[in-house]
Write a protein that binds this ligand. Structure first.
Ligand SMILES: [Ca+2]
Length: 291
């Protein structure tokens, strides 16, 4: 049995939802084979071991290719990543620039910019990792990244068709089940769940398969490509990259998902992220398939 992984039995399930956002439908029957999946999102400490072992340089730490960002300010064509910055009050929710800033010097070790650090966050999910970084980690670990169907099957924890990973009620008996955003995004974080930003993995109750943080905390990369009809600008990060940059499906929602803006802390929810994007609310976990 692989360490810190959980066996998810295969089966057929109802994938998607028709009750929230159009990109989630239609509900359809999908079958997946059984697989192992990481109990937790990959943490800062685990990613540090990977970097020490391999010398991996993340996408956010590499020089940028001007041709890839034709509309970018040349002064911002330096290594960096997207940092969430809460506004002082209500803003136009149609313009993600009201809360996302490209901050040079932002890395997985300094996820809120060069003045930040992760010294006390070894047990938090790693962030500021682009798709290629997640894929490189998975290969090093002898694992793979999940498909969207595998990820959603695992997130549902055996509760076929439920709205949330734990049932149909957001906070059963008043208990917060995941790290999301309570209050009015992007300025009023009421912190009912105890956390602004990421939380240590395993802080909230596991789902029916014993998996932690399948909902909220950080979005997670999957290998599934965004189809052409779903390639619109995502809700959750600026589409600053050139349109030729491929997008992959991310799942699970994050600490930035609020009901007034992004009710996506649900297994069926999905967004389409440019593969070169690194943000403070996207991480990943790995799977291992029987061969
Ligand atoms: Ca929170």
């Amino acid at each position: 049995m692989p360490e810190e992984m959980v066996w998810v039995p295969g089966g057929e399930f109802r994938m998607g939802s028709e009750e929230f956002y159009p990109e989630e439908g239609p509900v359809r029957a999908v079958a997946v084979a059984g697989f192992w999946i990481d109990r937790d999102p990959v943490t800062v400490a685990q990613f540090r071991r990977f970097v020490k072992a391999t010398g991996h340089v993340t996408v956010a730490e590499r020089p940028l290719e001007p041709d890839d960002y034709p509309n970018a300010d040349p002064e911002l064509l330096v290594p960096g990543a997207l940092v969430f910055q809460a506004s002082r009050g209500p803003v136009d929710l149609r313009d993600v620039r009201n809360w996302w800033a490209y901050v040079p010097g932002t890395t997985w070790q300094r996820p809120e910019g060069p003045a930040s650090d992760t010294y006390t966050r070894g047990g938090h999910p790693v962030t500021q990792v682009a798709y290629a970084d997640a894929a490189a980690y998975a290969e090093w670990a002898g694992k793979a990244l999940p498909t969207e169907a595998e990820w959603e099957f695992a997130a549902r924890g055996g509760l076929d068709g439920a709205t949330f990973a734990w049932g149909d009620e957001f906070a059963p008996g008043g208990t917060m089940m995941a790290n999301t955003w309570q209050g009015e995004f992007p300025w009023q974080n009421l912190m009912t769940d105890g956390y602004v930003g990421t939380s240590p993995v395993g802080t909230f109750a596991p789902n029916g398969y014993g998996l932690n943080d399948m909902t909220g905390n950080v979005w997670e990369w999957t290998t599934s490509a965004a189809s052409a009809d779903t390639a619109e600008r995502p809700c959750c990060a600026p589409g600053e990259a050139g349109e030729h940059i491929p997008r992959r499906v991310i799942k699970g929602g994050s600490h930035l998902c609020a009901p007034n803006y992004c009710l996506r802390y649900r297994p069926a929810a999905r967004q389409f992220e440019a593969v070169d994007t690194s943000t403070g609310h996207i991480g990943f976990r790995c799977v291992k398939r029987e061969t």
